[in-house]
Design a protein around this ligand. Structure first.
Ligand SMILES: Nc1ncnc2c1ncn2[C@@H]1O[C@H](COP(=O)(O)OP(=O)(O)O)[C@@H](O)[C@H]1O
Ligand SMILES: [Mg+2]
Length: 331
C-alpha cells in the first residue's frame, strides 16, 4: 500500500482578539496543534473526538481549504503545502469533501442537475458528457435520473446526503474527506448511507477520512481510527485493536459511553470529570490531565508523546501506558 495523504506536524492556530494591545504574545486558539498522520491509498481512517477538538479543521487543512500555521501537507508523494493557483486547482479534482449537512452547501435555486454538473463545467467537460455523467452519478448513489430536475428542498435528509456524495464523486477524486456525513441523519438511514459509501469506496478505489464525534459510527467502516483531543491525536491504531484494547484513558472513556449491544459484556462506564477545556486556553502538560481519572504530577508538567504501545502499530500519548519497544527499532 502506498501513502496518499500525509500530515506532518500540522498546526492551525486561529488568532484571537485581545484587549491588551501591548502583550508580546498574540492570543491564539489552537484548533489543530501538531498532528502527524499518513493515510494509505484505499483505506478508511476514522477520525473521532468530541465536538470542538479540531476534526473539521484537520480535514480542511488536508484539503488545502485552510492554510496551516505550521507543518506540511503531502499528497501522492508531493509536498502540496504551498500549492496555489493552477496547481491547487488541479489538485482540487483529486480531493473532495462531504459535509454533515449537504443542504447548507446546495444552492436552493439550482436543480440537482445544475448542482452536479457545476464542478464538471469548471473543469471543461462538454455538455453532453455532463448530462450523461449526472445520470450515471444519480444511479450510482441510488437515486433516479428523474430526480435531476428537482430542487434540494424536495429531498429527504438521506437523499440529500446521496446528492452530496454524488457531487463529491463528480470529478473522480482519489481522496474524500467525509465530515460527519451521517451525524444529522436518523439512525436507520445512517446505516444505509454508510453501506453506500462502502460500496462506492470499493467500486471507485476511494480513500476516506471519515470524521465522527462518536466511536460507534466509524467502527465498521474504518480500517484505522485516530482519536483527537484538543487539537492532538492521542491514540491511533487498527480499528480492531483500538476497539478491543484501547490504551489511552480518553479512548477508554469514549468507548465506555458506546452502548453495548450484548448485555453480557456490560462494561463499566467511565465518566469524565469536568468540561472540555477551551482550545484557546488548554491545560499545560498532558492536555487531558484535567479530566483524566489516572492523572498524576507528571501529567500536569509534561506533555506525553505519541509512542508505540502494541506490536500491531497502535500509538498512544499517555505517561502511564507502557511503551512497546518494537523489534525493528532494535535491529
Ligand atoms: N475559522 C475559525 N476561526 C476561529 N476559530 C475557529 C475557526 N474554525 C474553527 N475554530 C475553532 O477551532 C476549534 C476546533 O473546531 P473544529 O475543527 O470545527 O472542531 P470539530 O470539527 O472537532 O468539532 C473550535 O474551538 C472552533 O471554535
Ligand atoms: Mg466538525
Amino acid at each position: 500500500m502506498s501513502t496518499l495523504l500525509e500530515l506532518k506536524d500540522v498546526k492551525k492556530h486561529f488568532p484571537l482578539k485581545s484587549d491588551k494591545i501591548l502583550t508580546r504574545e498574540k492570543p491564539v486558539l489552537k484548533a489543530v496543534d501538531g498532528i502527524s498522520v499518513a493515510v494509505q491509498s484505499g483505506e478508511t481512517l476514522g477520525l473521532v473526538g468530541e465536538s470542538g477538538c479540531g476534526k473539521s479543521t484537520a480535514g480542511r487543512l488536508a484539503l488545502k481549504l485552510l492554510e496551516p500555521t505550521e507543518g506540511e501537507i503531502w499528497f501522492e508523494g508531493k509536498n502540496i503545502t504551498s500549492y496555489k493557483g493552477e496547481s491547487l486547482r488541479r489538485l482540487r479534482k483529486e480531493m473532495q469533501i462531504i459535509f454533515q449537512d449537504p443542504y447548507a452547501s446546495l444552492n436552493p435555486r439550482k436543480t440537482i442537475e445544475q448542482a452536479l454538473s457545476e464542478p464538471m463545467k469548471i473543469f471543461g467537460m462538454a455538455k453532453k458528457e455532463r448530462k450523461q455523467r449526472v445520470e450515471y452519478l444519480l444511479d450510482v448513489v441510488g437515486l433516479s435520473s428523474y430526480h435531476k430536475n428537482r430542487y434540494p428542498h424536495e429531498f429527504s435528509g438521506g437523499q440529500r446526503q446521496r446528492i452530496g456524495i454524488a457531487r463529491a464523486l463528480a470529478l473522480e477524486p482519489k481522496l474524500v474527506i467525509c465530515d460527519e456525513p451521517v451525524s444529522a441523519l436518523d439512525v436507520s438511514i445512517q446505516a444505509q448511507v454508510i453501506n453506500l459509501m462502502e460500496d462506492l469506496q470499493e467500486e471507485f478505489q476511494l480513500t476516506y477520512v471519515f470524521i465522527a464525534h462518536d466511536l460507534s459510527v466509524v467502527h465498521h467502516i474504518s480500517d484505522r481510527v485516530a482519536v483527537m483531543y484538543l487539537g492532538k491525536i492521542v491514540e491511533i491504531g487498527e480499528a480492531k485493536e483500538l476497539y478491543s484494547n484501547p490504551k489511552h484513558p480518553y479512548t477508554q472513556a469514549l468507548l465506555s459511553a458506546v452502548p453495548e449491544t450484548n448485555p453480557q459484556l456490560e462494561k463499566e462506564r467511565i465518566i469524565l470529570k469536568g468540561d472540555l477545556p477551551s482550545p484557546a486556553n488548554p491545560p499545560a502538560g498532558c492536555k487531558f490531565h484535567t479530566r483524566c481519572p489516572f492523572a498524576e504530577e507528571i501529567c500536569r508538567l509534561q506533555e506525553p508523546e505519541l509512542k508505540p504501545v502494541s506490536e500491531g502499530g497502535q500509538l498512544a500519548a499517555c505517561h502511564f501506558v507502557k511503551e512497546v519497544i518494537l523489534q525493528e527499532q532494535l535491529s
